[in-house]
Design a protein around this ligand. Structure first.
Ligand code: PEP
Length: 253
């Protein structure tokens, strides 16, 4: 059975001490996850050892990197390699967040290379896709996100694509307070799954977790996650507030 996942994306927020307090408050809630559930914290890179240390004793609570570089090692000042993440005990990495695509010009081809190096090092990519507002207004979202999957993921074998977590994040809903409706989320998640099924098989598509991201909060998580093809959420703003993120974890199916 595919995993239901609550993933926090702290982005470039919080001091180390604030991050420690946030993790301590969330883990102190004593949430017992079901065997199909997983909680992930994508923290700023300097905080990865702290997060790993704090989460280590909580089963299925894990830290994640927010980005990775596609080269093995070398003269790439400021970048972080897959091997470095693995050496810290990290198992997850967010790849292709819309902010990376927009502010750092990461293309679908760049992201394919990042997915490849992550999988080579047995890191689980949390691959983000999603359309901007002007595409949604023209009802072009399905073709837009299908192209993102085709160009960044569909070179993978069936065995490898099953290791990827997909996060559908409509850009118009990220940090805007504007959420896709439950129907909009279910519709495009089901579409993404059908595209994967067509390329691979129903069985492969059925094993891939597809998270929704875009202004998820305690007040809408239960409804969003109740959709059959929505396997949890990637959460920015609300993941910085302990009570909000605790409620979001508890909203997982
Ligand atoms: C995100 O950062 O991926 C995100 C979805 O942010 P927010 O929840 O704040 O919209």
């Amino acid at each position: 059975m595919r995993k239901q996942i609550a993933a926090a994306n702290w982005k470039m927020n919080l001091t180390l001490q604030q991050g420690e307090t946030l993790l301590d408050e969330i883990t102190a809630a004593g949430i017992a996850l079901a065997s199909n559930q997983q909680v992930i914290f994508a923290v700023p890179s300097p905080y990865l050892p702290m997060a790993e240390a704090r989460l280590g004793s909580f089963a299925d609570f894990d830290a994640s990197a927010q980005n990775i570089y596609h080269k093995e090692s070398g003269a790439y000042t400021g970048e972080i390699s897959a091997a470095m993440l693995v050496s810290l005990g990290i198992k997850f990495v967010v790849i292709g967040h819309s902010e990376r695509r927009e502010y750092f010009s990461e293309s679908n081809a760049d992201l394919a290379a990042k997915v490849d190096i992550a999988l080579k090092h047995e890191l689980t990519p949390i691959f983000c896709c999603g359309e901007p507002l002007e595409i949604r207004e023209k009802e072009g979202q399905n073709a837009y996100v299908a192209k993102q999957l085709e160009e960044s993921l569909f070179h993978l074998s069936a065995d490898d694509i099953k290791k990827v977590v997909i996060a559908y994040e409509p850009i118009w809903a990220i940090g805007t307070g504007r959420t896709a409706s439950t129907e909009q989320a279910q519709e495009i998640h089901a579409y993404l799954r059908s595209v994967i099924a067509k390329k691979y098989s129903d069985a492969v598509a059925g094993e891939i977790s597809i998270l929704y991201g875009g202004s998820v909060k305690a007040a809408n998580a239960v409804e969003l996650f109740s959709s059959p093809d929505v396997d949890g959420g990637l959460v920015g703003g609300a993941s910085l507030i302990p009570a909000e993120f605790i409620a979001i974890i508890k909203a997982l199916k």
